[in-house]
Write a protein that binds this ligand. Structure first.
Ligand code: ADP
Ligand code: MG
Length: 285
């Protein structure tokens, strides 16, 4: 509004002083009304556009928050259930029961605790609040690290892990170390779990022009086309003790690193995960 008056006075000033013109009162009225209407319309339009943008921004933010809070809510639910069961059985343990029943109760309690741990493990880094730093990673180093940490599990399942890596000192990728490790860990864990007999998992590292490919091949039960399609969906699991979170985490980590995953599987023969990650240009200095 104050803008109108400033312009108004300015116009009068310019017209009288510069052009030595005196504007008739009726013309002046017309001019004034048109100007006011014009400015009001412009201001209204501007406000509408501005609020539109603000609403859009808020919507996007709310959407993101909602996804996170949904996941957090359902995951705390997934953890609380086994904890409640465990609590119940431990309470019954403290009551007077035969030693045979005690062992049974203890086993159930332990199993439920393991389940809670599984949920947290599969989800852990995904939900990590503090943002980790993206840094230069050597794929072969990270694979080695993950393989070492999963060895006990593999040994338990009589699974042998066969590595064929190359010295990738000159090639590196960008990513968050912990998340990348978790991503590989979850895929390897599935491979191990897919074999109910002794077997091998081959881990190959292949280097192309602009990408590094990690191939993880198991000799497990394999998957149907539909199962492959549903991989990465939260809570999709075919295991009765599964969490269905492992692949969701792995996929989202790979996506965040601008990578892609390709899965091929033959039922009864095994599954192969191929992960392609862009090479970070190495700058010698
Ligand atoms: P979970 O392992 O807890 O079931 P995941 O998200 O890790 O959850 O895996 C989802 C499902 O994908 C598994 O239940 C399984 O059916 C299937 N799957 C994943 N990896 C493999 C594999 N290497 N071989 C066979 N099936 C697999
Ligand atoms: Mg899993």
């Amino acid at each position: 509004i104050s803008l109108i008056f400033i312009v108004h006075i300015l116009t009068q000033f310019i017209s009288t002083v510069v052009f030595e013109l005196t504007i008739g009162i009726s013309l002046w009225k017309q001019y004034f009304t048109i100007q006011v209407i014009g400015i009001v319309v412009v201001i209204l339009l501007w406000e509408v556009i501005l609020t539109n943008f603000q609403v859009l921004e808020k919507l996007v933010k709310a959407e993101k928050l909602q996804i996170v809070s949904h996941l957090a809510a359902s995951i705390s639910h997934e953890v609380r259930n086994p904890l409640t069961v465990t609590r119940g059985y431990i309470q019954m343990l403290s009551e007077d029961v035969s030693s045979h029943t005690k062992v049974r109760y203890a086993n159930i309690a332990l199993k439920e605790l393991d389940r809670a741990t599984d949920v947290i493990n599969d989800y852990l880094t995904f939900a990590s609040i503090s943002p980790e730093n993206t840094e230069r990673l050597r794929v072969s180093e990270e694979i080695q690290h993950v393989v070492n940490s999963i060895k006990p599990l593999a040994n338990n399942n009589r699974t042998e892990l066969k590595l064929s890596l190359f010295e990738d000192g000159a090639y590196s990728i960008m990513g968050e170390r912990k998340k990348f490790q978790q991503c590989l860990f979850n895929i390897l864990k599935n491979g191990i779990e897919s074999m109910d007999h002794a077997g091998e998992i081959y881990i190959d590292l292949i280097h192309a022009a602009s990408t590094i490919q990690i191939k993880i091949q198991d000799q497990g039960i394999g998957m149907t086309q539909e199962q492959i399609y549903r991989l990465g969906e939260p809570y999709f699991t075919t295991k009765n003790k599964g969490t269905g979170l492992g692949m969701m985490v792995s996929y989202s980590v790979i996506k965040s690193m601008d990578g892609t995953v390709h899965v091929s599987s033959v039922q009864g023969k095994g599954t192969c995960f191929s992960i392609n990650l862009p090479i970070h240009k190495y700058e010698a200095n």
